[in-house]
Ligand binder design. Structure first.
Ligand code: RTP
Ligand code: MG
Length: 141
């Protein structure tokens, strides 16, 4: 049992669908605590920086365009094995392949508009959290 923190983003499609509360409720009922949050409309530079690992991939431009298409809700989740737990709750990248009852199966329309982001490892979680939240803004207790 390890208490971890992970970065979660509710993407523009899910914000537009007005399901922030339903997604938060899944985090909370599965033992993930929201310890920092901010709603933002990412600039192109911020989105490119955030997804820099995918810069060489064919879907990069579409991904950035989608991420700046509307506001996003960005949060830090804390809990036991938070990184894996959040990825499990999210479901597979392609909602068509996502297990029933996962966030992407229930709220996402396509592999591009797939409702949520979640950090995939402790190293990326640390970098992504630092990218959006100076530590002083985090309230975990
Ligand atoms: P995320 O980073 O957003 O949490 O998603 P993920 O780990 O499940 O997937 P990742 O491989 O990191 O890809 C980042 C985002 O790029 C889009 N994508 N499109 N057309 C494609 O083959 C493709 N592959 C990935 C998805 O929107 C994915 O969330
Ligand atoms: Mg990823």
């Amino acid at each position: 049992m390890a208490i971890e923190r992970t970065l979660s983003i509710i993407k523009p499609d899910a914000v537009a669908k007005n399901v922030i509360g339903q997604i938060y409720s899944r985090f909370e009922s599965n033992g993930l605590k929201i310890i920092a949050a901010r709603m933002m409309h990412l600039s192109q530079a911020e989105a490119e920086q955030f997804y820099a690992v995918h810069r060489a991939r064919p879907f990069f431009n579409d991904l950035v365009k989608f991420m700046i298409s509307g506001p996003v809700m960005v949060q830090v989740l804390e809990g036991d094995e938070a990184i894996k737990k959040n990825r499990d709750l999210m479901g597979a990248t392609d909602p068509k392949k996502a297990e029933k009852g996962t966030i992407r199966a229930d709220f996402a329309d396509s592999i591009d508009a797939n409702a949520v982001h979640g950090s995939d490892a402790p190293e990326t979680a640390a970098v992504e959290i630092a990218c959006f939240f100076p530590t002083l803004n985090i309230h975990s207790r």
